[in-house]
Design a protein. Structure first.
Ligand SMILES: Cc1ncc(COP(=O)(O)O)c(C=O)c1O
Length: 401
């Protein structure tokens, strides 16, 4: 079905018991917990976004000389990104990977202008960061002398997080102290590659302090974490009350409807790069991405959804702890992860009417991770439909009924 064909009633159907959007290979009807487009939207979507894209494609001319700089729509988006991030300026890219590449390019320009010897980088494993050569280096797939990877370990319980973080922070400090060529610390705002293990507030503050102490730039890769998944702010660092020097955004920036990503940066980085970074991608900032992002900004679901989701996760985890189906659970923003006591299979989920759908709901090694679609809150007057269905089907999948 085309997104453009969706009406409010259709959306209600998608999150209700009678949905008919996704079928398994036996034509069994499945609820896609993420309500479609899963991975890229990761919790943020609205079918009117495609209407906004179509409108702008018809109504905004992009053929004028330097139209991209002068266009009202781009200015509007740039202004809101600067305001929401609390940073000074924004540069555009196409995908999340591309934003990470751009952030590294900008930090190189910055160090060239200040101290060219400080191009080395400290980053963390496990991590992801994208599909190109640079992220592969940052993940440790290819060894480069300028890239220092600190293994964070994977905390087994939420209680163990503090000691894992403490040990890692010590390794970070040791490296920064002994290697003054490291001029940048790069971290993902929400490491997800190993069952979604969010950093603590203390971690964020300590990393910032270490960067200040050793005069390093802090790059936060918020491609996965931003737009509500780690809290009600569009940028994770605002929820953590810590300012990075550069921050990448992608995916949910356009709710996955169009390729657009960005790097926001501080004034000091902007000043160092302003006359050196004078070009842009062929497609960037592309019209459809800008229109989609502006539409999202205009309709950003306010406090109601965030508070409600957290309340619901709290109950969801407490109920399943009580029923003895999970060992532990944690959540942040729109994302929740639970460690199950008894293993289930993808078939159990499918038979309970849940589609394991990328990151909207995924199950791996006894961990079930759920990202709530804000679609369930947009124009669907009763978000309870989503929660009732989720709870009922989860119970079935975990063997409760
Ligand atoms: C933290 C992080 N950075 C970068 C990327 C790359 O984004 P894209 O796939 O849009 O290139 C991803 C993708 O999952 C990611 O999770």
């Amino acid at each position: 079905m085309e997104l453009a064909e969706l009406t409010d009633d259709r959306v209600k159907l998608l999150v209700s018991k009678q949905e008919d959007w996704f079928c398994d290979t036996n034509a069994g009807r499945l609820m896609d917990i993420s309500c479609g487009n899963q991975t890229y939207i990761w919790g943020y979507s609205h079918f009117f976004i495609s209407a906004a894209i179509q409108w702008s494609q018809r109504n905004v001319s992009w053929v004028n000389y330097k139209a991209s700089e002068s266009c009202e729509q781009v200015d509007k988006l740039a202004n809101s990104m600067v305001t929401d991030s609390g940073l000074h300026s924004v540069a555009w890219a196409v995908s999340g990977t591309d934003a990470v590449e751009l952030a590294f390019y900008l930090k190189n320009l910055y160090h060239n202008a200040n101290n060219p010897n400080r191009q080395e980088v400290l980053c963390f494993s496990p991590g992801y960061s994208g599909t190109s050569f640079l992220p592969a280096i940052l993940r440790g797939d290819f060894k480069m002398p300028w890239c220092h990877i600190v293994d964070t370990g994977i905390w087994p319980t939420i209680d163990a997080r503090a000691s894992y973080e403490e040990t890692t922070l010590q390794k970070v400090e040791d490296l920064l102290k002994t290697n003054r060529n490291i001029g940048t610390v790069f971290m993902e705002s929400m490491p997800w590659i190993e069952k979604f293990r969010p950093w603590s507030d203390t971690w964020w503050q300590s990393i910032r302090q270490l960067c200040d102490l050793y005069d390093c730039l802090l790059i936060v890769d918020d491609v996965m974490g931003g737009y509500g998944k780690t809290g009600y702010h569009k940028f994770t660092h605002r929820s953590m009350d810590v300012m990075p020097d550069l921050v990448t955004s992608g995916k949910s920036l356009t709710a996955g409807f169009s390729p657009l990503s960005s790097v926001c940066m501080t004034e000091k980085v902007t000043r160092a790069v302003i006359n050196k970074f004078g070009f842009s991608h062929t497609w960037s900032p592309n019209l459809s991405g800008v229109a989609a992002a502006n539409y999202i900004n205009k309709n950003w679901a306010e406090d109601y959804a965030w508070a409600h989701v957290n309340e619901k996760f709290n109950i969801l985890i407490a109920d399943r702890l009580r029923s003895g189906h999970i060992k532990q659970g944690w959540y942040q923003g729109l994302v929740c992860s639970m460690e199950l006591i008894n293993p289930i299979t993808h078939l159990d989920l499918i038979q309970a009417g849940i589609m394991p759908s990328g990151f909207g709901l995924y199950y791996d090694a006894n961990h079930l991770t759920i990202c709530v679609p804000l679609l369930a809150y947009w124009n669907v007057t009763d978000a309870e439909i989503y929660w009732d269905n989720l709870n009922e089907r989860l119970d079935r999948a975990l063997g409760n009924t």
